[in-house]
Design a protein around this ligand. Sequence first.
Ligand code: ADP
Ligand code: MG
Length: 159
Amino acid sequence: MTATTKTIYPYQQEYLVEGEDNMLAFGAALARNLPDHKGCVITLQGDLGAGKTTLVRGLLQSLGHQGVVKSPTYTLVEPYYLNGRDIYHFDLYRLGEPDELEYIGFRDYFSSTSVCLLEWPERGENYLPPADIQLIISISDTSRKINIKSSFIININGL
Ligand code: ADP
Ligand code: MG
């Protein structure tokens, strides 16, 4: 018998986020919802230019990161250490085959305390642990629609 695991997301919400500044604020609001002393896997889906990296930048800067947030398109992952926690920003856009993830020691990044943010999680399908927070971003003219599903309640204030 095969056991199937299906992630159930009790929390789901949709937001309309207008402009880059509000996207940064959304990332910052999300950062305030990260569970203390506990790992968290966040996936970000959406076309090129949807605003995934912008949201991640808002999250990282709100936790004290100064300077640019590089898109880890070629390196696949960019590590941060902020507020006493390890945060890993992945961009799997250029991943050829999902099993290439094994070469970069992918599993080691997903610890019980690290926060992993993944752009293009579709490229690593079946190799990734289930997301605690799933963000799907779609473009509509000058704004973005964010569909958020989470295994716990998220409180996005001030948008
Ligand atoms: P991705 O990582 O999904 O490819 P980026 O974060 O690089 O996308 O953003 C692409 C562009 O979209 C940037 O010019 C950014 O300013 C813009 N952008 C991001 N969020 C929003 C938003 N909520 N509304 C309008 N433009 C946005
Ligand atoms: Mg990006």
